[in-house]
Design a protein around this ligand. Structure first.
Ligand SMILES: NC(=O)c1ccc[n+]([C@@H]2O[C@H](COP(=O)([O-])OP(=O)(O)OC[C@H]3O[C@@H](n4cnc5c(N)ncnc54)[C@H](OP(=O)(O)O)[C@@H]3O)[C@@H](O)[C@H]2O)c1
Length: 293
């Protein structure tokens, strides 16, 4: 299958690229500001700023993908996160390409705590509003697309969440791990595999790809620190409710309906952090002892 991974230089995008190549898909991928360092893989790389319509058209015309997976992220930047995915969705619809658009549990406020695929977005942050706007537009202009919402993405020590835990444990960064901020973290390999499964299927509409366990940020940080042999007592705790950043508190993606359609298991963080081998932080020379309690 000809596949285009938009945001292939990102954390999730890089895993998608690796797995697409391993599965023998003819793989093209895009970066925006960080050209990929590993050019050893058989991947056609394109520089792409999704805000530029001409670039979107050029990449689509040259890559001619059967499937596009949009793993780009512009955080709360409205132009990148809300508007740009519509440009890609329009181009995919016009060229008859399948589209898998990655979204986030940030589209929910947490008022209901448990959210299945039928619940409408009720975002309370600029990032959540941008992701919700993109979902709405993508589904309107490309009704056959999949909108795949996920939660905190973890894996191999490379995620921003794992970096934060290392920095907090080392005392090199201020901050706290909230005990009242609950999500359903997912492993990046499970997520990438599930997205590729959806890409190869006839599925369309909203799908939830959260991990099976609901954990607070502090519980998650504790498990990461324990896996990496860090001193768990050094992790500062706090309350999201008392923080100046009013993110939603308790948002649990109910992914059971999507899980029933998939061969790939969406493991809970308690399971994958008990045996996920972390990479030492680049240049740290630290002694990482996976699984030490
Ligand atoms: N990380 C999480 O915990 C989490 C949680 C829930 C949902 N998600 C969703 O999962 C997806 C992937 O997240 P991630 O953490 O892997 O993101 P990431 O590591 O920050 O990567 C973002 C990607 O988007 C690209 N990008 C940025 N601006 C762009 C632009 N204007 N045009 C085209 N590409 C652009 C980046 O390219 P360069 O790096 O080359 O500039 C990079 O490849 C996103 O949809 C995100 O909302 C992530």
């Amino acid at each position: 299958m000809e596949m285009l991974i938009v945001g292939g230089s990102g954390f999730l995008g890089a895993e998608l690229v690796r797995r697409a190549v391993a599965a023998d898909h003819a793989t093209a991928a895009t970066y925006s500001s960080r050209p990929p360092r590993d050019r050893g893989q058989p991947v056609a790389w394109y520089r792409l700023d999704l805000r530029e319509p001409v670039q979107v058209q050029r990449v689509m015309a040259e890559a001619r993908p059967q499937v596009v997976i949009n793993a780009s992220s512009g955080l709360a930047d409205w132009g990148v996160t809300a508007e740009a995915p519509l440009r890609l969705a329009l181009a995919a619809a016009r060229s008859g390409s399948r589209l898998i658009h990655v979204s986030s549990d940030a589209v929910f406020s947490g008022r209901l705590v448990h959210y299945n695929e039928a619940q409408p977005p009720d975002p309370v942050t600029p990032y959540g509003a941008a992701k919700a706007a993109a979902e709405t537009g993508v589904r309107l202009v490309h009704p056959g697309s999949v909108v795949a919402r996920t939660s905190l993405i973890i894996g191999g020590g490379r995620s921003e969440h794992e970096r934060l835990v290392r920095q907090l444990a080392a005392g090199t960064r201020a901050g706290a791990l909230f005990t009242d901020d609950v999500r359903c973290p997912v492993h990046v390999t499970d997520l990438a595999e599930a997205l590729l499964e959806l890409a190869a299927s006839q599925a369309h509409g909203v799908h939830h790809l959260g991990g099976a366990d609901a954990l607070s940020r502090h519980e998650l940080g504790f498990l990461i620190a324990r896996r990496d042999g860090l001193d768990t007592t050094r992790l500062p705790t706090g309350l999201r409710a008392e923080s100046p950043h009013p993110d939603p508190l308790d948002v649990r993606l109910d992914s059971r309906a999507t899980q029933r359609k998939l061969r790939t298991g969406l493991r809970g963080a308690r399971e994958f952090l008990s045996n996920d081998r972390s990479c030492p932080p680049p240049g740290s020379g630290s002694d990482v002892r996976p699984g030490r309690s």
